[in-house]
Write a protein that binds this ligand. Structure first.
Ligand code: CO
Length: 174
């Protein structure tokens, strides 16, 4: 396993709409890629990581959902390949961060209850209802696959402040 470099805000690949994955094509490289993405995400205390955050043009991401009853327990890993949102309900505004914009936290409004479809790490199609942090993370990661970053969703009135903060943080990024 290896800790990969995470691409940062301002790099082109984070603005790319990523290519749909043909599961059979990537199956041979998937176990190592997922292990590396998981290790990278864990090392940086992230909840999710998309392929373009490690420099790859694949429509796939991982979510590492913390165990709400025991923070020392291993998180549950979701591998979402070619994900889509079938329906959305509810709305909540909550603070979000992103490993590609380290040091920045900002309020973002998202659906609280979603029904989704994706291919899992075994190539099986899944349809699931997600709520809470899992729903939030799924939307955040799907945005990455479409070339969007959470700061795009910040209240327009706060955007000048966000830009200023990013400029201040950028010299500390690897
Ligand atoms: Co992110």
């Amino acid at each position: 396993m290896a800790i990969l470099r995470v691409t940062k805000y301002g790099e082109d690949i984070l603005r790319q709409k990523l290519k749909p994955v043909n599961y059979a094509d990537i199956a041979p490289v998937l176990p190592k890629l997922l292990a590396d993405m998981e290790e990278t995400c864990m090392a940086k205390n992230g909840v999710g990581l998309s392929a373009n955050q490690v420099g790859l043009d694949y429509r796939l991401a991982i979510i590492l959902l913390p165990n709400s009853k025991n923070e020392n327990a291993k998180p549950t890993r979701y591998v979402i390949i070619n994900p889509v949102i079938l329906s959305k309900r509810g709305e909540a505004t909550e603070e979000e961060g992103c490993l590609s914009v380290p040091g920045l936290w900002a309020d973002v409004t998202r659906a609280t209850d979603i029904t989704v479809r994706y291919t899992d790490e075994n190539g099986e199609e899944q349809v699931k209802r997600m709520r809470g942090l899992l729903a939030k993370a799924f939307q955040h990661e799907l945005d990455h696959l479409d070339g969007k970053i959470f700061v795009d969703l910040v209240d327009p009135k706060l955007k000048p402040e966000v830009k200023k903060l990013i400029k201040k943080l950028r010299p500390q990024w690897d």
